[in-house]
Design a protein around this ligand. Structure first.
Ligand SMILES: [Zn+2]
Length: 424
């Protein structure tokens, strides 16, 4: 098959590109190539072609909360968003905290997933922060890394032991940083918004105190330590200092923390409730700077689907989280690339090469010998985000109605069209 009429990001610009695919692999890639008679031709309609994106932080909700999302629906959403590798968090029921539970999860993935799914295992049994899991057995069963995402690991000595064990195995500890005592029963950022809406607040320190503690422990144990969804300026500062001190620390930021701040919350609306919360404009600017300078390594969505009923409740009661897989690229492209702040290449790198490098996954590039696992993005047509058209079961997003371009229109896995959404 020959892919024609595409553009790739090369040498700092968009260049016309044609790709020859053989046996699911990229056989040839050039600005223009000869046609072989009788060859099947795939017209990319002027789209940007990029390696399929990688998201190391999503929630698939299966097993245990299939009314929110399933492996099938969540990976369908990933395909539509241009993601071909995703890593689901272990806060499911049961938790993948034993070899058996992880193997059960892997067999569900094998049956239902439409993209590559690399699941995390938990740090503690039941994510309770009391007993460590058998990391060796979980690694052998195929765990991607270890995390108790959804909750913070409260005890420093417990985290240290987890890091020691992970370091011996050459595995990463991935942390949702939240000190329960400081976070209390907060539902929004402690600051302007918590005062204005008279809602309990979560201070930035609830996050940054854990990062500071863990950075020191990572330095002591030599463990690779990765911080989930960084949200505050103080956290960026701590990570920057830790990196400067030579500690093996990496970090991610979500699209919503890059795009929104507490002032975007106009009323008690649970579509804006996520953990960590949307913080101040100063925090948002620090996150953007942190990403641009490399203190924050890449972008992950923290795709967190919930049911309509759950999200229609007050922020005091509704669960934390918003969906992200189907909106990430267009939102970021529209807000940061179209206005010239970032290049298309930077955004692709933060969604593919960087996360893969941090977690030592094989790189995905547009080169011969690579799988033809590709995302095609229409950079120009403007559309409104319509949450009712999500493939995810979770329709919970604060971005409904946002006008965006940079919309993924087709995703190919090893040369096969896995999803297509071109306008007729
Ligand atoms: Zn989390």
């Amino acid at each position: 098959m020959k892919i024609t009429n595409a553009f790739r990001w090369k040498e700092n610009s968009l260049q016309p590109c044609e790709i020859r695919v053989k046996d699911g692999m990229i056989a040839e890639i050039k600005n223009q190539m000869e046609e072989v008679s009788g060859e099947e031709v795939f017209d990319a309609r002027g789209a940007l072609v990029a390696p399929g994106f990688t998201d190391v932080h999503i929630h698939l909700r299966e097993p245990g909360a299939e009314y929110k999302e399933t492996i099938a629906s969540g990976t369908g959403a990933a395909l539509k968003g241009g993601f071909t590798t995703v890593c689901p968090m272990p806060n499911t029921s049961p938790v993948p905290d034993t070899k058996e539970n992880l193997k059960n999860l892997m067999s569900r993935i094998k049956n239902d997933a439409v993209v590559e799914v690399l699941p995390y295992a938990s740090i503690s049994l039941g994510q309770k922060g009391e007993s460590l899991t058998d990391m060796k057995a979980l690694k052998e069963a195929g765990a991607f890394a270890f995390t108790d995402d959804g909750v913070g690991v409260q005890e420093a000595s417990f985290m240290k032991k987890a890091m020691q064990n992970a370091a011996v195995l050459g595995m990463s500890i991935v942390a949702h940083c939240e000190d329960n005592g400081l976070a209390g029963s907060g539902v929004v950022h402690e600051g302007e918004v918590s005062e204005r809406l008279e809602l309990p607040g979560i201070p930035s320190s609830a996050e940054s105190v854990h990062i500071a503690r863990d950075a020191i422990l990572a330095g002591e144990t030599g463990c690779h330590y990765h911080v989930c969804h960084v949200s505050s300026a103080s956290s960026v500062r701590v990570i920057r200092e830790a990196k400067n001190a030579g500690i093996n620390i990496t970090a991610e930021v979500t699209p919503h923390h890059l795009l929104l701040n507490e002032s975007d919350i106009h009323k008690d609306d649970a579509m804006y409730k996520m953990n960590p919360p949307l913080r101040s404009e100063e925090d948002r600017q620090a996150l953007i700077q942190g990403l641009e300078e490399g203190t924050i390594d890449f972008i992950a969505t923290d795709h967190a689907p919930h049911s309509e009923d759950e999200k229609q409740q007050s922020m005091r009661k509704a669960p934390f989280g918003i969906t992200g897989l189907e909106t990430a690229f267009p939102l970021l492209y529209t807000s940061f690339v179209r206005n010239g702040n970032w290049t298309t290449g930077q955004l692709i790198e933060w969604l593919t090469a960087k996360p893969r490098k941090v977690f030592s996954m094989s790189q995905r590039t547009l080169e011969p010998g690579q799988p033809a696992t590709l995302t095609f993005v229409d950079l120009y047509t403007e559309e409104e985000i319509d949450r009712h058209r999500f493939l995810s079961k979770g329709k919970n997003t604060p971005f409904h109605g946002a006008k965006v371009s940079g919309i993924p229109k087709c995703t190919m896995i090893e040369g096969h069209i896995a999803w297509e959404g071109w306008n007729k």
